[in-house]
Design a protein around this ligand. Structure first.
Ligand code: FE2
Ligand code: FE2
Length: 202
């Protein structure tokens, strides 16, 4: 297997995940898989909302239609991993990380600016998920889950790139870069202030 390893240069995240997280995650794999399943559902739902809100943006509609299909296939795959281990889907829980990050999507009448913020917030969620999947791939003992998280890490890295590219499709490069730098700072502050939890992917 040729290894693609997204690193800081690609993902640009300012703050690495607390290394304690992967140990507590592995001990709580049922909780982590349930939370992960809902992360995939939320990723699909968020992309569907963007398609519905911006039907006039043909490139966005095309790319996000493919992305929704991929996120939903991820959901199915997580569900399969849960079933294999004798677990059910469990209940959805609030994703404090996503809630806090989404507060930085600026509202108002500037439609393109709101779209850019939304796409960049989604890019950051993909980047952080990708970083967490990499930790799981590298550190988890279960060989099947290692392979599973490696494959998902590669897929989410692709989604991260797609969201940033789409933002640059609809807003000038320098505007997108400046806003992305601000959001990277905001994201690292959110991560710094969130305790690593045994039942959350973020
Ligand atoms: Fe996914
Ligand atoms: Fe994704």
């Amino acid at each position: 297997m040729s290894e693609l390893q997204p690193n800081k240069t690609i993902l640009r995240l300012e703050l690495p995940t607390d290394p304690r997280w992967v140990n507590i995650a592995e001990k709580n794999i049922e909780e982590i898989l349930v939370d992960h399943a809902y992360c995939e559902q939320k990723a699909a739902t968020s992309a569907i909302s963007l398609i519905v809100k911006y039907p006039d943006k043909t490139k966005l509609v095309d790319e996000l239609t493919d992305l929704v299909a991929e996120e939903w296939s991820h959901f199915e795959r997580v569900l399969e991993q849960l079933k294999k281990r004798g677990y059910g889907l469990g209940r959805n829980r609030p994703d404090e990380y996503v809630v806090q990050l989404s507060k930085h999507i600026r509202k108002g009448d500037k439609r393109e600016r709101q779209l850019m913020d939304h796409l960049l917030v989604n890019a950051l969620i993909e980047a952080r998920s990708c970083e967490r999947f990499k930790l799981l791939w590298k550190n988890i003992q279960d060989e099947e889950l290692q392979k599973f998280y490696y494959e998902l890490m590669v897929s989410e890295a692709g989604h991260y790139v797609s969201f940033v590219k789409l933002a640059k499709e609809y807003m000038p490069f320098d505007v997108v870069d400046a806003r992305f730098k601000e959001l990277l700072q905001i994201e690292s502050e959110i991560i710094r202030n969130l305790e690593p939890r045994p039942d959350r992917m973020h």
